[in-house]
Design a protein around this ligand. Structure first.
Ligand code: ARG
Length: 587
């Protein structure tokens, strides 16, 4: 149990003794640290419920709490705040138990859920854009957080590989190479083993095809037809599609691996291809789906809607399945085949209406079972001009280029700060990679998920301020301090009751780690943890200024401080890990 949940339970029991709701006992860190370490605001809410002055209730609670041995002081302030401060002995005992625990005081959930995290969402044949980058970074962090608190997490990128973009590329290839066997309906195979298209081809073709479809109605029609025929698994198209999917996937795997991101099932829209027809049949039979202007739709508007939610199109006029259709089928799959209890869709806020339609349609179709679904929306990563981040030429930035860019910036920072100057070149390169990725990810994650933010590489890559590199450096410095201690045969020892303010503050800050994790999990907002890590690094710096660990003459005190340093390192490294950020061994 964490210190704060322990205190909440203690105060809650006191409220219960007075015949009040124990949840009123919730304790939080004090708003006024100069007065107390923690506070409970429950008396104000209780007052409304029982019609007694809040101060009276607070005083009753405080009187009962006075017996608690862990508390140094219990006071009532203002209209009825209950202020609590722990004894230094109690703080030391809590820090010791955190140091002894293997999960830094975060208890695993009692009832683990199976949670699908749907994130990244790149499209086969289309270049990834910054929306996919944010989805990747935020989704990866949420997956790590849910896993850490004990849920069973299934990471799934949900590749876009079964929609119109595939038909567009196939139609364009058919236009350019009508002689290829893939387009000959009489060809009986086998098709070539080697892909006729490279990654560069794919990247060139999609924008051309998409532009052509806008100008040329006949071509657009051909693309729609190709999509439908692919979905009906016309052998030549399917063979070509497999090549394209493989080429694109290989590239994406490499990109994700550079970002330190991995998935448990590498699924895409096409993985539910065989469920589409049964889904449509089921919806048709149950009357949930209806014909409308030659298409098959599901109405999803609801009485209280503040704006119009148009029907979901299940099958279009050409007989093709859409992005929404595969999404509804995937819900069916996740609920039924994966047994998921919760699915988190980490996708751009601009798709909010899409998910409203899809979730409602899935409910109407009764394919979601008991699975809860949430759209974890996020804002846009903008360039300095306030518009969605682009290259200087105005194109979408490929992930590959972006990674190169952050690595270069990190290398320049290492040079400038004269960090790791005498390391072997490969190690330096690896550090630059880790620092660059940290700049990118922390820059993203420290912003509130739902806001837009400006990608400011100069600021994000700095070793000063609220940045990933600053936190990495803070962790590495503690690591090197512990290394020096080891070289001098100094061992970590029992945590002693803190004597000075900076030491006490460090202990208090460490003990808030579980709440930071839970807040990030409960709100699905990793920035709470990013904020915590930054705060912890600052509190540690003040501790280190005040407490000269390596030169401390009192051996017991020194050993206690070394334990606090170790605990800070573990907590920082764990926090960064949960944000998807690695800490270099040294730098
Ligand atoms: N491929 C989609 C896109 O690029 C994102 C997929 C998100 N996940 C989902 N289940 N729809 O917009």
């Amino acid at each position: 149990m964490s210190l704060i949940s322990h205190l909440s339970a203690l105060v809650g029991a006191t409220f219960a003794d007075l015949g009040l709701d124990p949840s009123l006992g919730a304790v939080v860190p004090s708003n006024r640290p100069e007065l107390a370490q923690f506070q409970c605001n429950g008396a104000m809410a209780a007052a409304k419920a029982v019609g007694r002055p809040p101060r009276e209730i607070a005083e009753d609670v405080a009187r009962a709490l006075d017996m608690a041995t862990d508390l140094k002081s219990v006071d009532v302030a203002g209209p009825g705040f209950i202020n609590l401060t722990l004894t230094d002995e109690a703080l030391a005992a809590w820090a010791q138990s955190m140091a002894d625990a293997d999960r830094l005081g975060v208890d695993p959930v009692e009832e683990p859920l199976t949670v699908v995290v749907d994130y990244a969402g790149p499209n086969v044949a289309k270049a990834m854009h910054v929306g996919h980058l944010r989805a990747t970074i935020i989704g990866d962090s949420l997956a790590r957080l849910f896993d850490f608190v004990g849920h069973k997490v299934i990471r799934d990128p949900h590749f876009g590989d079964w929609g119109l973009q595939m038909g567009l590329v196939i139609a364009e290839l058919e236009r350019r190479h009508p002689d290829w066997p893939y387009f000959d309906p009489d060809f009986t195979g086998p098709y070539p083993e080697e892909s006729p298209v490279t990654l560069d081809d794919l990247q060139e073709i999609y924008p051309v095809a998409s532009a052509r479809a806008k100008e040329d109605a006949e071509f657009a029609e051909a693309a729609r037809r190709a999509t439908v025929e692919l979905q009906r698994k016309r052998p030549g198209y399917l063979a070509l599609w497999q090549h394209m999917r493989a080429v694109s996937m290989e590239d994406q795997r490499a990109n994700f691996s550079d970002l330190g991101v991995d998935f448990d099932i590498w699924h895409g829209e096409s993985d539910v291809a065989d469920m589409l027809e049964p889904l449509v049949e089921r919806l048709r039979e149950s009357g949930v789906a209806e014909e409308s202007e030659g298409a098959l739709i599901v109405r999803v508007d609801e009485p209280g809607d503040k704006k119009e939610i148009p029907p979901l199109i299940l099958v279009n006029r050409a007989g093709g399945y859409l992005y929404s259709t595969t999404d509804v089928a995937t819900i069916w799959y996740r609920s039924e085949q994966l047994g998921a209890d919760l699915a988190l869709y980490v996708v751009d806020a601009r798709q909010a209406d899409h998910f409203t339609q899809v979730f409602r349609a899935a409910r109407r179709a009764s394919v979601a079972g008991n699975m809860q679904m949430e759209h974890i929306a996020f804002g846009t990563m903008n360039g300095p001009d306030g518009k969605p981040f682009k290259t200087r030429e105005g194109g979408v930035v490929s992930l590959r280029d972006l990674i190169e860019m952050v690595e270069k910036a990190a290398m320049a920072r290492l040079d400038e700060a004269q960090i790791a100057t005498d390391y072997p070149p490969e190690e330096r390169q690896r550090i630059a990679h880790q620092v660059g990725i940290a700049a990118l990810k922390f820059g993203d994650l420290h912003a509130n998920r739902t806001s837009d933010y400006v990608f400011d590489l100069d600021r994000f890559s700095s070793f000063e301020g609220k940045t990933g590199p600053y936190l990495q450096y803070a962790a590495v410095r503690i690591r090197s301090l512990l290394r020096k201690a080891q070289e001098r045969d100094l061992a970590e020892g029992a945590v002693l009751p803190p004597q000075v303010e900076a030491e006490r503050n460090l202990v208090l800050e460490l003990l808030k780690f579980p709440e930071a994790v839970w807040r990030a999990v409960d709100t699905r907002c990793p920035h709470h943890l990013a904020e915590y890590a930054y705060g912890l690094a600052g509190v540690f710096n003040r501790f280190y200024d005040a407490c000269h660990v390596l030169s401390e003459p009192d051996a017991d005190r020194q050993a206690s401080w070394l334990t606090l340093c170790r605990l800070t390192l573990d907590t920082l490294v764990r926090s960064l890990y949960l944000l998807g950020i690695e800490v270099p061994e040294r730098m």
